[in-house]
Write a new protein. Structure first.
Length: 101
């Protein structure tokens, strides 16, 4: 199945502890159906000190399920994604505005 959400998309979190927050997708794992969104779903990891890095509590963004994310369209509203053919190519479009993404 084609990817509805991709790296670099600006998304809104629909459910969970970060509901209503916005961020940009930094990585996507289609097999697991999850994505890492910058500044969302932050958890603290304890890192052991090494010669090169300082140890301590490091906040890291953890993956969030793709079903809990919605793309933000040009109007700044969350939208669903559809696919259509334009000039022989398959493109994504926002269901609210009809514009290609």
């Amino acid at each position: 199945m084609a990817a509805k959400l991709r790296k670099g998309d600006k998304v809104l979190v629909l459910s969970g502890k970060d509901k209503g927050r916005e961020g940009e997708i930094t990585s996507v794992n289609p097999q697991a159906g999850k994505a890492v969104v910058d500044g969302v779903n932050i958890s603290i990891r304890h890192v052991k000190q090494t010669q090169n890095t300082q140890g301590g509590r490091v906040p890291t963004a953890t993956p969030i399920d793709l079903s809990n994310l919605a793309l933000i369209d040009t109007n700044g509203k969350p939208t669903r994604i559809g696919f259509r053919m334009e000039d022989g190519k398959k493109v994504r479009f926002a269901k609210t505005t009809g514009e290609t993404v």
